[in-house]
Design a protein around this ligand. Structure first.
Ligand SMILES: CCCCCCCC/C=C\CCCCCCCC(=O)NCC(=O)O
Ligand SMILES: [Zn+2]
Ligand SMILES: [Zn+2]
Length: 522
């Protein structure tokens, strides 16, 4: 062996020993850090230890079953469509006001309920509690719906409330007339059965949520601020019970929205001199804009899965997955980049991975032989919790990368603050208990609401805002949101009435039961 080859062998040996040492250290680190969540993070506060305040039974008799369904179908038949902030169907909104008064006569006549119309078409109800020391809470829902056209492929006309195989079809059945009618129907039955609350509560029904809530929700908030109201928590529309929607999860999951994504609606436009189509320039305003839009679609925003509260969702659900997924979900710190790559493959799960980019409107041209002077596109982005509006705007600008494309921010805000969901969190625990009492087979977990809700206007009134209703979603149902064949089963609508009926009574407890020492008084 030459001196040179001996040196090389020693070097090789040192390399192998160093690499093995590195592997051993890494092994120790992984073994010490990885975990498998075999314990039930869902157990939380023992249901048996709760003060019993739901003294009025929530039975629904046959007459009431028919009545509540008839009221709901009447609500679906009124086309309370919002198209833009200035295009609301005010005739339908007025008709809806009449329906509420007719369907819920006790709510509108009880001395226990104060009611006012806000901004012409929104409704605010106040039901004072007997114990003034208890901070009130608020239930929200919205009356307006997005447009719907039967020709897009509906199995039933979208404002017919037609029943097919036990489902009521129609725009608003899951967004969000099931909650508007469910809340008031529950209150109607509670009042008829002699209920009077210990903890006061408000009900806010907005009329323009689908186009921002600037009139309805914002004015309700103004009214409440003038009265100096502070709220223990707010519960609005948002997430749901997902049954068979999360691959690999055993049983249904009730995801309670503890935050919602931010928003950026950006207008992109290109201006060019108009002219005769027989002498086109090399690039038209439409071509330049189409290129920009294509670049935005081809370059999605960065994967951020696991860097926001969605991490808590999977850690809460981990014990309901089988191995090896149980191990993966229990160690999001290690596997979230991998999970993000899997989840981005489906549009509904991709929404939890990143800021999403949707091109929603594209307008240009007036005649076949005129070169259009103006082309414009609207991009609607839903901002992941780990990003800010400012960061997203900078990324759009660099991806478009063309100074001829003008960029204007039409509307935008940062992701909403994260509400509490620990064992001392009054609102979260009340909602969770109400869900588990009614649906014991469900696993409750915190979640991120991927759409926006009226509740975002309530941040000055409540630290804790939740977005949830026990609307059951099965595979394919998420696509019915703002899509075709929006529907709810008759059984599920009745369950919603019962949910609000029990929730209102459950809120009458003074303190949460404490697993350890003193309760958490509100
Ligand atoms: C953890 C993975 C589960 C993926 C399944 C996703 C299920 C999605 C469930 C609900 C859809 C979210 C809708 C939220 C309410 C939106 C209200 C609304 O339309 N607001 C107006 C707007 O956002 O523009
Ligand atoms: Zn909605
Ligand atoms: Zn909606």
């Amino acid at each position: 062996m030459t001196e040179r080859s001996a040196k090389l062998n020693i070097l090789k040996f040192v390399k192998i020993v160093s690499f093995s040492l590195l592997l051993v250290i890494l092994g120790f680190f992984v073994a010490a850090t990885v975990r498998t969540l075999t314990f039930d993070v869902n157990a939380g506060l023992q249901l048996a230890h709760w003060e019993k305040t739901n003294n009025i039974a929530s039975d629904i008799n046959q007459h009431q079953r028919e009545e509540l369904l008839a009221n709901f179908r009447d609500a679906i038949r009124i086309p309370t469509v919002s198209t833009t902030e200035t295009q609301l169907n005010t005739t339908a909104l007025r008709e809806f006001d009449g329906l509420l008064r007719k369907a819920f006569p006790t709510v509108f006549s009880s001395h226990l309920v104060q009611h006012e119309v806000v901004a012409n078409y929104s409704h605010l109800f106040w039901v004072p509690g007997s114990d003034l020391a208890l901070v009130p809470y608020m239930l929200l829902a919205h009356i307006d719906v997005v447009p719907a056209e039967e020709r897009d492929g509906w199995e039933a006309p979208p404002f017919s409330a037609k029943e097919i195989n036990g489902f009521i079809y129609g725009r608003g059945t899951i967004d969000n007339k099931q909650s508007v009618m469910g809340i008031l129907q529950a209150l109607e039955y509670l009042l008829i059965r002699g209920y009077s609350p210990r903890r006061g509560f408000f009900i806010g029904l907005g009329h323009d949520e689908e186009v921002s809530g600037f009139q309805g929700a914002m004015n309700i908030v103004r009214v409440l601020k003038k009265k100096g109201v502070q709220l223990a928590f707010v519960l609005d529309e948002g997430l749901a019970v997902l049954d068979g929607v999360i691959s690999g999860l055993e049983g249904p999951a009730a995801l309670i929205g503890i935050s919602e994504k931010g928003l950026a609606t950006v207008k992109l436009s290109v201006s060019k001199a108009p002219g005769h189509s027989s002498m086109p320039p090399r690039e038209s305003s439409i071509g330049i804009l189409a290129g920009a839009v294509k670049r935005l679609e081809e370059n999605p925003m960065p994967r951020l899965f696991g860097e926001g509260p969605e991490r808590g969702t999977f850690e809460h659900l981990a014990h309901k997955f089988r191995l090896p997924l149980k191990f993966v979900m229990s160690n999001m710190w290690l596997f979230s980049p991998l999970l993000g790559r899997v989840m981005e493959r489906r549009p509904d799960t991709n929404a939890f991975v990143r800021t999403t980019t949707a091109i929603t409107m594209f307008n240009s041209g007036v005649k076949v032989n005129i070169l259009p002077s103006q082309a414009e596109a609207y991009v609607n982005l839903r901002i992941h919790s780990a990003q800010s509006l400012q960061e997203v705007l900078e990324l759009i600008q660099s991806t478009v990368g063309d100074e001829r494309v003008k960029m204007e921010l039409v509307d935008g805000f940062d992701p909403l603050p994260v509400s509490s969901y620990d064992e001392t969190s009054f609102g979260f625990q009340i909602i969770k208990k109400t869900v588990l009492d009614q649906f014991p087979q469900v696993t409750v977990a915190p979640g991120i609401c991927i759409g926006n809700t009226d509740s975002r206007h309530y941040t000055d009134l409540a630290k804790d805002i939740y977005r949830f209703a026990p609307t059951w979603f099965r595979p394919g149902d998420a696509q019915r949101f703002h899509g075709i064949n929006e529907r709810i089963s008759k059984k599920n609508y009745e369950e919603l009435v019962v949910f609000y009926f029990n929730l209102i009574q459950n809120c009458d407890i003074k303190d949460l039961p404490s697993p350890h020492s003193a309760g958490h008084e509100l």
